[in-house]
Design a protein around this ligand. Structure first.
Ligand SMILES: [Zn+2]
Length: 335
């Protein structure tokens, strides 16, 4: 709100006004609350006055602070639930066991009861809970709406089989990449784990990878994104990952960033070819012909040994050195 001049409704002078925040008392559902509210005072007579836009702002402030205080779901969280489950207002409302227009009213600003708010929050936090609610109310919603939401729930559940560090790592990669295919993501994860093991002697994430035909693959991550095939991963459902990367330490972020700034400049196919030249993948596929499927584990210590060897030849803390290593790998490939 810019400070403009108005005609004061109290003293009738054309004058400026002062804006400040004050604690104000409100009674909501028979409870007393004190909220920080923006108020305006006339510069001339000092009376509290109404200025354009102020009432809307005050209502927003009350709404936000009330929801925060009572732990009531926000409108954008309800919208997020609709996106996550690819479901409309009415089917969502019925699917949760509410009346048909309840969610519509919430989206328009009505504050949900604590009971209904908790149901929405639980649905946001647990795909299993959401799926159970949907099944409970299956006969109330259209079959195709149910099937779409069910598919989303099953897919989201897969995410909960993945370690928290892995999800945070993927979240960081998504945040920093314009687009990434499942193949490129797999290889980037592998190089992150390799360099992290070489530098710090502990894995960044617990998952193990397997020596598939197209190089090392983390199968739980594969299952999550397989529907994208060779296309970039692009789906609103994965906004559930947004901001998860904030849980990463400085050290973890540095390694991920290093890999994105080096290996991240190449396509998934090129990265795959690099891994095909490396000991961990080759050794784990002992006895298999080049295109023969295998599901052999690539031991973390094999990855660690290999990247420690690379770290001795090229310092893996240094982006120029990593790029020199990549260039030599690519030259090797073209021989
Ligand atoms: Zn005045």
């Amino acid at each position: 709100m810019n400070k403009k001049k108005i005609i004061c409704p109290e003293c009738r002078t054309y004058t400026g006004y002062i804006i400040r925040k004050e604690k104000r008392k409100y009674i909501i559902r028979d409870q007393e609350y004190y909220f920080d509210i923006t108020v305006a005072y006339c510069e001339k007579c000092g009376e509290e006055i109404e200025v354009p836009g102020l009432l809307d702002l005050q209502m927003k402030e009350v709404d936000e602070q009330y929801r925060k205080k009572e732990n009531i779901v926000f409108i954008d969280e309800i919208e997020k639930l609709m996106t996550l489950y690819d479901i409309g207002k009415a089917p969502l409302s019925l699917g949760l066991g509410f009346g048909e227009i309840t969610i519509t009213r919430y989206l328009k600003g009505q504050v949900p009861s604590k009971e209904y708010s908790d149901i929405i929050k639980n649905a946001l936090e647990s795909p299993k809970y959401m799926l159970n609610k949907l099944i409970e109310n299956k006969n109330k919603i259209a079959a195709n709406a149910f099937e779409k939401a069910e598919k989303c729930a099953l897919n989201l559940e897969k995410m909960f089989n993945i370690s928290s560090k892995m999800l945070s790592t993927i979240s960081y990669i998504f945040e920093e990449s314009l687009e990434i295919t499942p193949l490129a993501l797999q290889k980037i994860l592998y190089f992150i784990q390799g360099i992290y093991l070489a530098l710090y002697d502990v894995p960044l994430f617990d998952e193990d990878c397997y020596a598939w035909v197209h190089g090392p693959v983390y199968n739980s991550v594969y299952n999550l994104f397989k529907e994208f095939k060779y296309n970039p991963i692009d789906d609103d459902r994965f906004m559930i990952l947004k901001n998860r990367f904030e849980e990463l330490t400085e050290q973890e972020r540095n390694v991920i960033q290093l890999v994105l700034n080096s290996f991240g400049n190449y396509s998934g196919k090129v990265l795959e070819e690099i891994t095909h030249q490396e000991d961990p993948w080759i050794n784990s596929r002992n006895g298999y012909s080049f295109l023969e499927p295998s599901d052999n584990l690539i031991e973390k210590n094999q990855i660690q040994l290999y990247f420690k060897k690379i770290d001795k030849e090229y310092s893996l803390r240094n982006i120029k050195e990593i790029n020199r290593h990549i260039n030599e790998q690519l030259e090797l490939k073209n021989k």
